[in-house]
Design a binder for this molecule. Sequence first.
Ligand code: NDP
Ligand code: GDR
Length: 340
Amino acid sequence: MKRALITGITGQDGSYLAELLLSKGYEVHGLIRRSSTFNTARIEHLYVDPHEPSAKLFLHYGDLSDGARLVTLLSKIVPDEVYNLAAQSHVRVSFDEPEHTGNTTGVGAIRLLEAVRMTGLNCRFYQASSSEMFGATPPPQNEDTPFYPRSPYGAAKVYAYWITRNYREAYGLHAVNGILFNHESPRRGETFVTRKITRAVARIKAGTQDVLYMGNLDAIRDWGYAPEYVEGMWRMLQADEPDDFVLATGGNYSVKDFLQFSFERADLEWERYVKFDERYLRPTEVDALIGDASKAEQKLGWKPTIQTPDLARIMVDADIEALTHEGGKWIDRPALSDWA
Ligand code: NDP
Ligand code: GDR
């Protein structure tokens, strides 16, 4: 039985990856942060009491800012595969918290790599790199495109990318970078633009929200479906040779297009509800990200099937369903998506 450690297991991708690895018979270990409230909503359906013999998912408290803890955990777990998905992952928030973002999203990667090296583990390592590293370099972007990050988040990811390559070259570690373009799902954090939109559609349809405040509607993104992307992560670590891969759909849609697809699904006109608020602008914006994932298709046989218009429909349906089922409790929650 293979054993994997996932940092960021409580996040969108971590939850889908844990699901995938459990379905493949892995024993899965996840790093979780201690918090005064539970932060495990996305993985609760996978949890089995660890006293049960059937338990295959184990959670451990830890933080990417605590290198000693990472060493202790790795020597205890002895994983075959390590997936580093943990990060302060919000681009606009990284302008508010640049030092924290650098510490977690950038230096966090070297803490984990160094913990792997110090413990002498013979494991494979996946680094969650990002299309944000391309930043201002025009599309289409692939593995050979120069980086030009436009945020503290993008710059931190560039550092993590190069340090992952360095550990591969310097120490022969089987370490890979997955350069993933935006991928979304009903489990997407509520302050990212797609989920902010689909959640607002559900609330507007239910009559509990009148206005959706947004920033730059002209940004172009290549939005795919998260469950398909975690399959790509796993495939990268199964390849014989460590290498870096772009995962993307190649789609070319603006935020306005996403608004259109989402509101249309609920028979609403987005122009009637969306208002501009400059607080959602970034000091430096990434205008257009459109990925070319032909290397992943050729070498890993990875090809996404869900394009952005279908993705918007999946997310709107899920948010309407959640609103219907969770009823008053959900409606009464403050619109936390207003924060970013
Ligand atoms: P999320 O924001 O949903 O999840 C981030 C995870 O990291 C959460 O589990 C969070 O824990 C954890 N985390 C944050 N800070 C720390 C820390 N200091 N120590 C330990 N854990 C921490 O991100 P996604 O699932 O969307 O993305 C996964 C990874 O992929 C991230 O690194 C992201 O930057 C990267 N990425 C994402 C893309 C996307 O489109 N989704 C595209 C390209 C890259 P908690 O739940 O406690 O907050
Ligand atoms: P991004 O995702 O910055 O691409 O990073 P986000 O959904 O936050 O923004 C996408 C685009 O939408 C514009 N936008 C808004 N964004 C937010 N969040 N809120 C708004 O109100 C709003 N209005 C317009 C943004 O300006 C931007 O152009 C995501 C994250 O998951 C990163 O971790 C990951 O690395 C990259 O995708 C690839």
